[in-house]
Design a protein around this ligand. Structure first.
Ligand SMILES: *[C@@H]1O[C@H](CO)[C@@H](O)[C@H](O)[C@H]1NC(C)=O
Ligand SMILES: *[C@@H]1O[C@H](CO)[C@@H](O)[C@H](O)[C@H]1NC(C)=O
Ligand SMILES: *[C@@H]1O[C@H](CO)[C@@H](O)[C@H](O)[C@H]1NC(C)=O
Length: 292
């Protein structure tokens, strides 16, 4: 990397981190947004009214990320998923999901760098984001590995059903909730299975953290609620009346998010999953299963 570009990148990172710390502190001392008032007035989803959902046609561009696809399916991003500017993406994720401005700046910047495009003037089609081992990586929770499925733009329903069925939490009304431990357990399973079935399997430390970041979105922005996660992952649709579960006035910062990500990632244990799988296989048919 040329020196000028490297220095610029270092300064950008320092700037984003300091900004993020300030926003985290402001959140700590400010009252939360009121329930029902998280999505700002004048933006799609205010009062729980989301623009119409239209499932994508085969002409539309979609990527491996359910949240961005959902935005295109509701017309919050262009419905065809094409020619989206990085800046437009920044503003749209801020109001739709209540990620902090530092987060909303960081993610499109990272994507622009990955695609070797300029952040300020660049545009992209959603499918470009599925560049393998850029953001997209093996052992995903809602896509088959790219070796098995070159089209990363559509959900793999068997994985999603399996994931939803692992929820062990309950909210105050008794509705099922996905917990950090559930996500760690299912991620362990996916990593073991992908390693066994994908001859080209790779998963760097960076992509492990990235994968756990996705999972953490289900816990933070979606509050772990299966009732909301199901339409988000299955149809890539935002349910009527939905709003982000992040009520912090400055939104979800990278620093706050990191705590959930680390919890999920640290809980992932492929050896433990393998051991439980062997036990299940060897247990006599009449014995109670090890999980009960
Ligand atoms: C993409 O969008 C820009 C405006 O953001 C527009 O000027 C340009 O013509 C569009 N390109 C295509 C191929 O639609
Ligand atoms: C996380 O999201 C990216 C992009 O949306 C996807 O390609 C990747 O496979 C996901 N990882 C997991 C563990 O779901
Ligand atoms: C999040 O955690 C990772 C891993 O410990 C660290 O490299 C990164 O700098 C952290 N980011 C923030 C914004 O705290």
């Amino acid at each position: 990397m040329p020196v000028v570009a490297a220095v610029k990148k270092a300064f950008t990172n320092i700037f984003v981190l300091s900004w993020d710390v300030s926003l985290t502190l402001i959140n700590l001392v400010s009252p939360k947004r009121k329930i029902g008032h998280v999505t700002p007035k004048g933006f799609p989803g205010h009062d729980g009214k989301w623009p119409e959902y239209i499932a994508p046609s085969s002409e539309d561009s979609r990527c491996a990320c359910p949240a961005l696809n959902a935005m295109a399916n509701h017309g919050i991003l262009p419905r065809d998923g094409k020619n989206i500017s990085f800046k437009e993406l920044n503003h749209a994720i801020r109001t739709t999901f209540n990620f902090a401005p530092s987060f909303c700046f960081f993610v499109p910047h990272f994507s622009a760098d990955m695609l070797h495009k300029p952040y300020s003037k660049g545009t992209f089609d959603l499918e470009e984001l599925s560049l393998h081992n850029g953001i997209e990586h093996d052992a995903s929770l809602c896509r088959e590995d790219v070796v098995h499925q070159p089209d990363q733009g559509t959900p793999h329903l068997p994985f999603i059903k399996e994931l939803l069925a692992t929820a062990t939490g309950k909210d105050a009304e008794g509705n099922p909730l996905l917990t950090p431990a559930d996500l760690s357990a299912y991620s362990s399973k996916r990593r073991v299975d992908a390693r066994e079935t994908n001859p080209e399997f790779t998963l760097s430390f960076f992509h492990k953290m990235f994968g756990s970041s996705n999972s953490s979105t289900l816990l933070t922005i979606l509050g772990g609620r299966i009732k909301d996660i199901e339409p988000f992952l299955v149809d890539e649709r935002i349910p009527d009346g939905w709003e982000s579960r992040i009520r912090a006035p400055m939104g979800l910062t990278l620093m706050t998010f990191n705590r959930t990500v680390l919890k999920v990632e640290r809980g992932i244990d492929e050896k433990k999953y393998l051991a439980s799988e062997n036990e299940t296989a060897q247990a006599p048919a009449t014995a109670p299963s090890p999980s009960s």
